[in-house]
Ligand binder design. Structure first.
Ligand code: NAP
Length: 527
């Protein structure tokens, strides 16, 4: 593994300060030195990306699809090393990371298929009507075009699927935009291995080298410089509200503002309706104990909030949840910082006068560092409604059960919620129709509404929406998961009365790419 910064798919020598990865379970430094980047490298990466964009933006779609598939092949080929390194760096179990390799390569192949098929550019053609009275109608043809170099901030909680070759990178590359990754300090080595796989794919497919760069830093300097650089055209981020909003503000303050797509967190409310609790209280408790603690709760879709109306069935649910949580061992969190935040916030909940503890898990191994014990607490709806602090995310294996006296109090508690990535309803089919007002209120709060499932586990597919009203994301019109994530990096361009031979293939007469287009208001893949 090489710990040098990468500019234009090439390792760069610098006399830099060395950075090291840390094993969160032991606090020990892991093998490998990584060079701290500097502002000159930021500039070189952006100049190279801009030069490469001139070619890559209109490169043949099959070559682009092959590039994405070869990245997936190269990552698959190093699965064993990747899982080993990512597990030591993140404290996540090997089985989880094995799955994440599959998700990462699957994601790349999904975008390869999208690009190869080609219709994603949303080509619209309105042919000319020279005879139209009183004025002739011009020939207008519109399609989506890529915007230019994209900065990707890898996320700590998915060292593969939301990092160097994760969904943000895959969708940006698929759109025709070069990518510069700011490697996350929680997994330098994993980032280096994946970056090398991308570099190999660049070499094998003849893609312009400036299409990929990656820089290391342990603070905000390089990230800020990347966002502020005049050649940067967009930014993607997954992490804290504070971090996301800092980048949004930086981008807004530029002389030429650019879009930042920040996914910043969510408490993912789950509403247990009365009949569902009456029929399956114990099953639901076990299901939710597992969902709250999966991956040490370090998911943006973790069910951090549960809401229900007081009833004997809810008491059975609480008892079963308490038992299930107490059986779950503690787990290593991703970083010392994340563990510190979690333990501080969890301690505050434990001593809070308005909350009571429903369940707390055991400390598995006192010798391990950065452990999190799962915590489920309870609060009355009135207190929850009165104090916004209970609606803030506690990142980790934590959930708060809000107990309402009646339906109107339950609805009032839902009404005060902020925007969410997901909202879940646990309900019997026949009771749902009695809650249409509650369902409407909930729908307005979220990007994905789940019926009788758990919010953890985000399917990567064309219909997925992973993005919700503020503060879950800063722009709820977009998703960071699934193939429509590509639309973050494009803008529409209309060609008016353009010479037919000079039009892009997507808009040419005769439809040489055989893609679906809207021609004179009819969707067709014919000429
Ligand atoms: P983070 O603090 O938000 O950092 C994420 C990335 O953004 C890092 O590369 C970080 O750089 C960079 N960054 C943050 N603030 C910045 C700023 N003001 N200027 C420039 N760059 C900035 O996330 P984290 O370190 O992964 O975890 C911290 C907390 O974030 C967690 O406790 C949790 O609350 C939240 N989180 C949420 C999600 C989610 O799914 N929404 C996922 C992971 C974490 P450096 O680290 O190099 O400083």
């Amino acid at each position: 593994m090489n710990g040098k910064n990468i500019v234009a798919a090439t390792f760069v020598d610098t006399n830099a300060q060395k950075l090291n990865a840390v094993n969160p379970s032991t606090g020990q430094i892991i093998d490998g030195d990584f060079d701290k980047a500097n502002e000159q490298l930021v500039d070189e990466a952006l100049v190279a990306a801009t030069d490469a964009f001139a070619i890559y933006r209109s490169i043949n779609k099959d070559v682009k699809a092959k590039f994405l598939n070869v990245i997936a092949d190269e990552i698959s080929a190093i699965t064993e090393d990747l899982v080993k390194r990512a597990s030591v760096e993140s404290g996540l179990p090997a089985a989880r990371l094995q799955g994440e390799v599959g998700r990462t390569t699957g994601q790349l192949r999904l975008f390869a298929n999208l690009v190869a098929e080609g219709s994603w550019v949303n080509a619209i053609i309105d042919t000319a009507q020279p005879e139209r009275q009183p004025l002739p109608k011009p020939d207008i043809r519109r399609m989506l075009i890529p915007i230019g170099p994209v900065i990707v901030f890898g996320a700590s909680n998915f060292p593969l699927a939301f990092s160097v070759a994760g969904g943000d990178t895959a969708s940006a590359l698929a759109s025709g935009c070069p990518v510069i990754v700011k490697a996350h300090p929680a997994h330098y080595g994993t980032s280096a291995l994946v970056a090398e796989a991308i570099m190999k794919a660049v070499g094998k497919t003849g893609i312009p080298k400036g299409v990929f760069s990656m820089l290391y830093d342990d603070g905000f300097e390089i990230g800020s410089a990347l966002v502020k650089h005049p050649l940067t055209k967009a930014v993607t981020f997954t992490g804290s509200f504070k971090g996301g909003m800092a980048l949004v503000k930086l981008a807004e303050q530029r002389p030429i503002p650019i879009p930042v797509f920040a996914e910043m967190g969510s408490i993912n409310p789950v509403i247990f309706l009365p009949k569902a609790l009456e029929t399956q209280a114990e099953t639901l408790a076990k299901k939710y104990a597992a969902s709250i603690t999966q991956g040490a709760g370090q998911f943006c879709t973790n069910p951090g909030l549960m809401l229900a109306i007081a009833s004997p069935a809810l008491d059975t649910f609480k008892k079963a949840l308490s038992e299930a949580i107490s059986l779950i061992p503690s787990a290593t969190m991703l970083t010392a910082g994340i563990a510190h935040n979690y333990n501080e916030l969890a301690s505050e909940i434990i001593i809070d006068d308005s909350t009571s503890i429903l369940g707390i898990s055991n400390l598995k191994d006192k010798d391990l560092q950065n452990q999190s014990q799962a915590l489920v607490a309870q609060i009355d709806a009135a207190d929850f409604i009165a104090n916004p602090k209970y609606r803030e995310e506690i990142f980790g294996p934590y959930s708060l059960l809000v107990v309402a006296k009646n339906l109107s109090e339950l609805e009032a508690a839902i009404a005060v919620l902020d925007g969410q990535l997901t909202a879940t309803l646990m309900a019997e089919s026949e009771e749902l129709k009695n809650y249409s007002s509650l369902v409407n209120t909930l729908t307005d709060k979220t990007g994905r509404i789940i019926l009788n499932g758990v919010p953890t586990g985000v399917e990567v597919c064309a219909a997925m929406q992973h993005g919700g009203p503020f503060p879950a994301t800063n722009d709820s019109r977009f998703t960071s998961v699934g193939s429509t994530a590509i639309y973050r990096f494009v803008r529409p361009l209309a060609y008016q009365d353009w010479h037919p031979d000079l039009l892009p293939d997507e808009l040419k007469n005769g439809n040489p790419l055989h893609i679906f287009r809207t021609v004179d208001q009819k969707l067709t893949n014919h000429e």
